[in-house]
Design a protein. Structure first.
Length: 370
């Protein structure tokens, strides 16, 4: 039997743990149609919290309701790709323009030159309007999803915004769901180019309740031929810290090591250790790579504490005043790396980041290379 857990970025897990409410607004909007606020939504959260998985779940729901879905990534050429996808959908619906026409043949016939028919060279706003109008006539609509929205070329984002706003003004059923890490999304929303995104519903994804994790792990193991005891389930759930990617990592490695058909205490411990190592080499390493040297130094000073850190103590360890520390406190909260843990207190938002920082500091790796 194949391992039921999916610890791969964006892979759809067997169960959408603790995220049932995150899509409620979007699902209502799909049913309500054009003009519903949930049709314009931003999912934010740190790496590994399940943003891409939610986009996939939203796409599946929209398709089940008969909507056409175009799933995109934030790379150069977004608008041409969207245009091509829309033309393809129009052709599938029998409303597309004619294709390319032959314009030249090289000597010997070993090469040809083609050109898009004039109808296919129309502005993509016209093509988008035609497609969504046709879909509206069928009682459905168009959903566009974009992951890592902050990486979209700003000129293309401006063009995308203009077309989406045009379709909304025309009262057409258009949806746009995007995802990104908190600080990058906040920076994007502060730019004039993305004013329309400020009106979007924003869903900030947090950790999942440990009890929900335990229930999900139990349900997933129950569908396999591997047995696990209630106490082992509780231990595994607590080891995840409610962090969605770690839920899949722990489940994957614990299930994989149950060679006798049942989880032992030894294989459970080995699986959790393997999951933590994998978390460090993927999510934690990437999260730290996004930060400045001072950001990383701030985190190293936080890691000196066994629990939540006082801002005043961090400032003292940095040799700076609390106002200076406050600047980096805000930066790291916006980045989704730390969270407020009470008045004047901070804690890490990602499980095991404290230990990861300690291990790297102890091995002689400084804040430049974390």
């Amino acid at each position: 039997m194949r391992n039921p857990f999916k610890p791969t970025a964006g892979a759809r897990p067997p169960l959408l743990v603790g995220r049932e409410d995150a899509l409620d607004g979007f699902k209502e909007a799909i049913n309500d149609g054009s003009g519903s606020p949930g049709l314009l939504t931003i999912f934010t959260g740190p790496r590994g919290v399940g943003k891409t998985v939610l986009l996939t779940a939203a796409e599946e729901f929209a398709q089940a309701q008969g909507w056409v879905v175009i799933s995109e990534t934030a790379t150069t050429g977004l608008i041409p790709r969207l245009t091509s996808s829309m033309i393809l959908r129009l052709e599938e619906l029998g409303n597309g323009p004619p294709g390319r026409r032959l314009t030249a043949v090289t000597a010997g016939g070993f090469g040809v030159t083609t050109q898009l028919a004039p109808a296919r060279q129309r502005p993509w706003r016209d093509i988008a309007t035609q497609l969504v109008t046709v879909l509206d006539g069928h009682g459905t609509g168009l959903l566009i999803t974009i992951d890592e929205i902050h990486a979209v070329n700003r000129e293309e984002l401006t063009e995308l915004a203009a077309v989406i706003q045009h379709l909304i003004r025309e009262d057409l059923p258009i949806g746009l769901l995007v995802a990104g890490i908190p600080k990058a999304v906040s920076d994007l929303l502060n730019e004039d180019v993305s004013t329309f995104l400020r009106r979007a519903d924003r869903v900030d994804l947090k950790d999942v309740a440990i009890r929900d994790v335990e229930v999900a792990l139990a349900a997933t193991f129950a569908d396999t031929d591997v047995t696990i005891t209630p106490s082992q389930l509780r231990y595994a759930a607590e080891a995840t810290g409610g962090y969605p990617f770690l839920i899949q990592l722990v489940g994957y490695h614990v299930w994989r090591r149950a060679v006798t058909g049942s989880v032992t205490d030894e294989s459970l411990a080995e699986g959790i250790d393997a999951a933590r190592r994998r978390l460090g080499s993927t999510v934690l390493q990437a999260s730290l790579a996004d930060l400045s040297q001072v950001d990383r130094t701030f985190l190293l000073k936080m890691a000196d504490d066994d629990g939540p850190s006082k801002v005043a103590d961090i400032a003292s360890r940095l040799g700076e005043n609390t106002k200076y520390a406050g600047v980096y406190r805000r930066r790291l909260i916006d980045a989704g790396v730390i969270v407020n843990a009470g008045r004047g207190l901070l804690d890490f938002s990602v499980p095991h980041l404290r230990q990861y920082l300690r291990e790297h500091a102890a091995s002689g790796i400084d804040s430049n290379t974390l």
